[in-house]
Design a protein around this ligand. Sequence first.
Ligand code: CA
Ligand code: CA
Ligand code: CA
Length: 1022
Amino acid sequence: MAGPFTREDFENLVPADKKLDPAWVKSLLERGSRTVYRWPESRLIGLPIGGLCAGQLYLGGDGRLWHWDIFNQHIGTGAEHYAKPMEPRSPLEQGFALRVVAGGLAQVRALDHTGWRDVTFNGEYPLGFVEYRDPDAPVSVSLEAFSPFIPLNVLDSSLPATVMRFTVKNTSAQPVEVELAGWLENAVCLHSGQSRDVLRRNRLVRRAGLLALECSAEPMPEDQVSPKRPDILFDDFERSTYDSWTAEGTAFGTGPIEMDKMPDYQGKVGGQGRRVVNSHATAPGHDVAAKDAATGTLTSRPFTIERNYITFLIGGGAHQGRTCVNLLVDGQVVLSATGRNDNRMAPHTWDVRRWAGRTAQIQVVDRETGSWGNIGLDHIVFTDQPRRDLGPLAEESDFGTMTLALWKASPEDLAAVALPDPRVPAGIFSQNAADRSPTATRPFGQKLLGALTRKWSLAPGASGEAVFFITWHFPNLRMDRLPPGRHYATRFASALAVAEHLAQRYPELRELTHRWHDTWYDSTLPYWFLDRTFLNTSILATSTCHRFANGRFWGWEGVGCCHGTCGHVWQYAQAVARLFPELKRDTRERVDFGLALQKDGAIHFRAEFNDIPAVDGQAGTILRALREHQMSTDDSWLKRNWPAIRRATEWLIAKDGDGDGLIEGNQHNTLDTDWFGPVAWLSGMYLAALRAAEEMARVVGDDAFARRCREIFERGQRKLVAELFDGEYFINKPDPRHLDAINSGTGCHIDQVLGQSWAWQVGLGRVLPEKETVSALRSLWRYNFTPDVGPYRQRYKPGRWYAMPGEGGLLMCTFPRKDWDYAQAKGKGPEWAAGYFNECMNGFEYQVAGHMIAEGLVQEGLAVTRMVHDRYHAARRNPWNEVECGDHYARSMASYGVFLAACGYEYDGPRGRLGFAPRLTPEHFKCAFTTAEGWGSFSQQIGQGVLRARVELRYGRLRLSTLALRLPAGISGHTVTATVAGEATAVRVERTGGRLEVQFAPACQLEAGQALEVRVAGKAGA
Ligand SMILES: [Ca+2]
Ligand SMILES: [Ca+2]
Ligand SMILES: [Ca+2]
């Protein structure tokens, strides 16, 4: 692949003049208005709407709930949902509908896009708002959906529950009769019920103002289980040809492959016997991409369905309809199963009772040419007893309970334990629905739907409210090598218990959730910016994040993809530590400085799942230790963890070798390979970690170690600039002994000054000098930011798609100089890893954007952030699912760091220090903030020679010794007065450079509802 050889060539790919639309640039800074999407533009929306670490339930753009990943099934995702966003889909029937009678005429309208002409959606995490309007309807409906979310309060934010609050308003001139119904299908044992005999049970419960439909399951009574016929082995593929199967295309080769002859990188596929079907191993080509690019189908002879189930082993790609095994009846696909983006095959069962006696075929499909473009299959059996390993039903991963509940129920509210007509919403409002039986059962396979209904008579202009809870309880989470069980199940015995808890605390939890939401949006910052920088916090409410029964927090990189709360990925994610610091302190202590820490100080960055450290992950974890300490109330956490933190720092110092402050040996990193020679990015992270270690050493009184870190840092800082700053940006000097290794060399790499970006997040000041750092950021803007990645990707094809042609972004690494290009940078390493250079990955972009804003490149930083926001406009894809290598990718929580940079936020809890230096509109600024024990709102106004600042606490408490502010030009800060909760309070003042420190001795204490106000005046020069 030829690189660009002239600057002009390069600028055809990444223009120096971005030619940004002036209206777009103007909109970056404007407050704007709430983001409202209108159906069908909102079609792909999936706002995570459950509690933290409680599964993944989406609120759709029309208010329907979808996805329902609450049953503890492993769902693997990769890069695919960027280019092809998930289509809304539900494995169970659930919804809400309205019946209105006005003037003797009745209408039934589902509360989704099918029932109304105008459906609008506004998502402001953790809240979702949907409005239903129709000129032909005598009512309008408003939905507010949320799961309780209160920063600093993990337990109240982690309920396996969703609140759906409907308000119906009579917009007509005559009285109307309204019924609003919610229904829920009993989906307990959703998967396991397909391969064992299950009886589902619905039960109605009225207690303490709650009307609840409880869904559960139990083993089918023995006398109702039909006898088993002997198994039929349809095919085990233990031969070298396909025989009666018909192969088309090239992917399947000429016959089943011997597992011993499959490429090593596929790992053990777990087939039975010696041979399996595998459209990767049998495909032509000599590398991963070429083999995945092949396609084909493999179709069986026709056979008669004469058992209840078909079982088989399946592995490979998770592409619906493109890497799959299909059951054809009369030539039509009636069932389809995909792999899980995992070569290791897993048992799969089809319940084929519906087609007993019919003629069928099995078809194996590989139509996918990209990543995970393959399918594996073995051991097809027709059986009446699909599984031999049946343990107790109660131990199945999808065993548990669900409820639909109506809050503040009255005797007039109706309930149907089982709808006689499962067609919804038509079947709900019939007379029969009012059947008051308290329980109903159905064998698995027959739909069991219950419904709850509220009725009102509404006068013109009047409103009625119905608050539904949907709760779930599936305790049997089991993941390889990890502690079992879900944490929520240690607090609640059932979904009904969750609903009862929620019923008791609903007004308080709703008020606190709104209080946070209102605090966040009560800001001078632009709406789009507030949306984008906060919404990734919702990743905590997806299957990226888990909390086990023993209390341990654990994260994938993205949903189901790449294990182990990966240190070098998660270190970018600034949100969790600032919003739920106890989760992060625990993860550091229990995992990084606990089970993942080795004798020599190395931290295995996937804990149980790998056995090597990464330089960036290691440095980032030391920096995170400082942050976790700063989000504490005292020094106890740091003191307890210091020996481990110091050991981890010493591992990095050992990597430096000669102590010159640069690391030269093998450096594994987040781009998944080892780089060699001094790398500006990685040594810069090392220097930032040394500074963090120095600060922490001083707190615990380890002055000798603090001095040692300081000395190396100072040498390293000088040397990094002298050796690796090329006059324009920071480069690497690849080790000539390792030119076969990947290395961005003199390329302009997105993370080159990450160490300084990190330093701003934790108040470390300058790690890299200002002039060179700003120059590096300007170079990233010039050489890596493009309003259209199309031309660049046309030239540099490898890499995944996180920005499509026509979309803009900040490229990972470009090669504007003539002495290094992509071909050299990729070394002899795997192309998939080198392909990263050509991608746009949100987490990295946010890191740079925050850094740009911190260094005063405000417009550039906003533009980078906004470009991600635009890529995730609802018209293109789900705004709440930032995809990298997996859905809801953890690194995207770096967006919270951009917000912090815009506020110039700094905080040190044990020292009682809080500071702000707004980068946008400092003359009139307002933002939310969090501290160790409380959160609230900061505002400042500048005018007529006076700076007025206000810290208003809205939740918890805050101990404050120092409030740090940035002195505006023209104000000296010689006259400072303060009030705490309205009382005048004496302060001391220190001024250094443009910083003003307002000190309180003794420290002041704010409780929720109290404010601290500071007035700063004095003419500069006076
Ligand atoms: Ca076999
Ligand atoms: Ca393929
Ligand atoms: Ca060195």
